[in-house]
Design a protein around this ligand. Structure first.
Ligand code: AHR
Length: 328
């Protein structure tokens, strides 16, 4: 049996003091038996990926796998195909295998309390990655990812600039109940001007394939330019699906104001082609931070509970120049 399976439960008074000051101590103050000298060679990191629904997700998976390889850490990776029950089973399997740390990108926000409690009782720290969970913060060590509310606010700012006299927009939203969709919708509504109406909002589940029929149905119901002037799209993949529907309906690039989220190569191409007027960045390259924080937790170090990625907004004016160097 490896020493990962023999996690020592060390009650570190200093860690408790730091927690009280706003830092996050390792879950249950459990640290690996190699602490404080654990290295990546000691680490078994569990990454129950939520799916492969978008280019963003593909880049996130690659970042985790490449970082594990570079650092010499062992990775237990699985793909839940956008199903929470599959993710929960994968987490339980990792608990049984006695991994060092679980890094969980949750498909939806709710429904994690039981399995997070099981991980905590097993002394395995959990880092929530990318999307958020609604579970109590005492059940996980930290969250690493984007500020989804801010992303929605940034999208609203773009529409406020593009539609100063008001108008109506459609919203193609992400997976229902996911931290990304909930946060972006909230941020958008926080900031959108009173003279801009959200005419309709439907989910495209963050995929091209599901966004296409949703956009087609919108176009059956509403006339572009007359009933609505813009579309807020929660990710680039759905944007690409929506563009297919718009093209088939005879809509031309620039006829509508379109803002998407992610900043993938596909999103940059849509800006070059004139379809998107802005793309709000959501960075998937979280591997280095996830492994760095996981090692700190193994060694009993205190880390921040909320670790947010620094992001920006991209525009068409330099999209062609930046496109060749995009990493995802
Ligand atoms: O949670 C991040 C979101 O999930 C990305 O915006 C989207 O592309 C992905 O599917």
């Amino acid at each position: 049996m490896s020493h990962f399976k023999k996690l020592a439960f060390l009650f570190v008074a200093a860690a408790m003091v730091l927690t009280a000051c706003g830092g996050a101590a390792p879950t249950e103050e459990a640290v690996a038996s190699c602490a404080p000298n654990c290295t990546y060679a000691d680490m078994v990191l569990c990454y129950p990926q939520l799916g492969a629904e978008s280019d963003w997700r593909t880049a996130n998976t690659a970042s985790i796998k490449e970082t594990a390889d570079q650092l010499g850490a062992k990775l237990i990776f699985s793909d839940a195909q956008q199903k929470q029950e599959n993710q929960i089973s994968a987490v339980r399997s990792c608990i049984q295998q006695g991994v060092s740390v679980i890094a969980l990108p949750p498909v939806v926000e709710d429904g994690w309390d039981a399995v997070l409690t099981e991980a905590k009782n097993a002394g395995i720290p959990v880092i929530i990655v990318d999307r958020s969970v609604s579970a109590d913060q005492s059940l996980y060590a930290a969250h690493i990812g984007s500020n989804m509310v801010l992303e929605g606010e940034r999208a609203a700012d773009e529409f406020n600039k593009m539609l100063p006299d008001g108008g109506a927009v459609l919203e193609l939203s992400g997976t229902t109940g996911s931290g990304a969709a909930v946060g972006r919708a909230e941020g958008f509504r926080n900031k959108i001007n009173d003279n801009i109406t959200i005419l309709d909002s439907q989910t495209g589940n963050f995929t091209r394939a599901e966004a296409l029929p949703v956009m087609q149905a919108f176009l059956q119901k509403y006339t572009p330019g007359e009933d609505f002037q813009g579309i807020f799209i929660h990710n680039d993949d759905m944007g690409i699906g929506a563009i297919e529907a718009l093209k088939s309906a005879g809509v031309q690039p620039g006829d509508l104001s379109i803002v998407s989220v992610d900043g993938t190569r596909g999103g940059f191409q849509a800006m070059v082609d004139g379809w998107f007027q802005a793309d709000v960045e959501c960075n998937p390259l979280l591997g280095p931070q996830v492994f760095d924080m996981a090692l700190k937790l193994m060694n009993g170090e205190t880390i921040d509970q909320e670790i947010l990625t620094n992001e920006t907004v991209y525009y068409p004016d330099n999209a062609a120049e930046l496109l060749p160097s995009r990493q995802y």
